[in-house]
Design a protein around this ligand. Structure first.
Ligand code: BTN
Length: 259
């Protein structure tokens, strides 16, 4: 993988989007991202020299745009594993690490990493896919209203931002290299989809959710996430409901609604 270190940049995603000519596998990273972008136009706060912000260039022309949620699943799994690994190695007593649908990484009920994937389509192909990842490594205080953040440091893990990034990028690279091969792809995809469903935040038991359109609050358990991305909930009344991103809010244990 080709790593480009930038001393400071507004957004590593914006940098790669402006450089589609850079080869697949290029990683752009910085410890000083000044205007990080989050999902749905939100900002991503990252204190200088504490956290790492990086983006990976992918060109998955083998993947139909209708299946692009698979990229989210692979990347979320890679970040999940890179967070879990030092917790295990350092024997830190930590709450569970999980993926909050669609692709936030949580420790207990707190967010430790965020992912922003931006695709450029050409006809029926994904010509450029910029995978942006922000991981809270050593930050301890947030000033811009990030909802329920945490960091590796706050849960007692000692590591360097670069090490965490390398763990993430090497898993992503390995998976996308293997997926080039037609005869391996189906098994890889089946594995990642089932693994993603197993490590979901709130996978078991009933929790409160809010329908974003009607405001209705209801209790439900997660049945699964469909391959194309929607969350399938099973309500306490036995009704199955399917929601796309932003159509349903998770009610946080402290009573706040969360996207
Ligand atoms: C979110 O949870 O809202 C997504 C946050 C994504 C942040 C990363 S940091 C690297 C890359 N560059 C950006 O501007 N955003 C992503």
């Amino acid at each position: 993988m080709n790593y480009i270190h930038l001393e400071e940049i507004n957004s590593t995603n914006s940098y790669l989007l402006a450089h589609p000519e850079l080869e697949e596998g290029t990683v752009v990273y910085t410890m000083r991202q000044t205007a990080g972008r989050g999902q749905m136009g939100n900002t991503w706060e990252s204190e200088a020299d504490k956290n790492i912000s990086f983006s990976v260039q992918l060109k998955p022309t083998w993947l139909a745009p209708k299946d692009q949620f698979l990229i989210s699943q692979v990347v979320a799994h890679a970040v999940w594993y890179a967070i879990l690994k030092p917790i295990g190695l350092q024997k830190v007593a930590s709450p569970m690490v999980s993926i909050k649908w669609p692709n936030d990484i949580y420790v207990g009920d707190k967010k430790i990493a965020g992912i922003l994937i931006e695709n450029q389509l050409q006809g029926n192909k994904i010509a450029q896919c910029v995978v942006g990842i922000g991981i809270n490594v050593n930050q301890e205080v947030w000033h811009m209203g990030a909802p329920n953040p945490t960091s590796l440091k706050l849960i007692g893990v000692e590591t360097t931002p670069e090490k965490v990034m390398h763990d993430v990028t090497s898993t992503i690279k390995e998976w996308f290299n293997l997926a080039q091969y037609d005869h391996l792809r189906k098994d890889l995809i089946d594995d990642i989809r089932s693994m993603y469903n197993i490590i979901l935040y709130r996978k078991d038991n009933l929790y409160p959710y809010q329908d974003a359109a009607t405001g209705e609050v209801f209790m439900a358990s997660i049945k699964e996430v469909d391959p194309q991305g929607p969350l399938v909930l099973l309500t306490d009344k036995g009704e199955t409901r399917k929601y796309w991103f932003k159509e349903v809010k998770f009610i946080h244990p402290n009573g706040l609604t969360k996207e």
